[in-house]
Design a protein around this ligand. Sequence first.
Ligand code: ADP
Ligand code: MG
Length: 231
Amino acid sequence: MLTVSGLSASYGAIRAVEGVSLDVPAGTFAAVLGSNGAGKSTTLRSIMGLHRPIKGSVKLRGVELSKLPLHRVVRLGMAYVPEGRMVVAPLTVEENLRLSAHAGRGRVAEHLDRVFQLFPRLKERRGQLAGLMSGGEQQMLAIGRAMISGPDMLVLDEPSMGLAPAIVDQVFEAIVGLHRQGQSLLLVEQNAAIALSVVDYAYFMKRGSIVLQGKPSELRNSPEVMEAYLG
Ligand SMILES: Nc1ncnc2c1ncn2[C@@H]1O[C@H](COP(=O)(O)OP(=O)(O)O)[C@@H](O)[C@H]1O
Ligand SMILES: [Mg+2]
């Protein structure tokens, strides 16, 4: 359903991503893993239309996205949870959600209900200022804000970043819940151990390129993965 082929992206003369190809079939949960600076975020930003120009092809349901701006990419069914969450601190939970609904695909009331079902905590705290919420709650809000557009494909950049282990587990439970409901997902993570415990398929990036890929069961048996990422 999402097909990336030969994706390359640069910052001026710095080549951050080189020839990345990956597939996320409808209903599957895929991850791009690797160390800091490997090119994971640039890959996601390039897929979403936040990084332009790029080389190669990014297709959702066969529709080419690689020359479209972010708002068109979102309308076509992609939604993005950025690294560091980036909620709007002086707005309430509900205002954050409604603000993003403008960029979405309509049916706001229905999607808002679904977000509140997914995260009852956000419903309880809908009038609370986002900046006063805990890191875990802000991550749930960032995911809710992406789900408000009713996406076909949800992409998440390091949802575990800066959260205590127990909170990371809660956030991943919610993400796994979405997957069980049929949501297609593409996750970027430095935390390979937690990602491999939940995804259907994973890609490992190193210095801008994919160096390894497979199902978690295969990757966990790879000496290379054990040594470099699972220690
Ligand atoms: N805004 C930027 N300007 C210049 N170089 C950047 C910028 N963002 C990232 N890079 C470089 O691109 C490479 C990939 O970065 P990034 O995609 O953020 O990696 P990751 O998300 O895997 O940590 C790194 O070498 C990083 O230093
Ligand atoms: Mg990153």
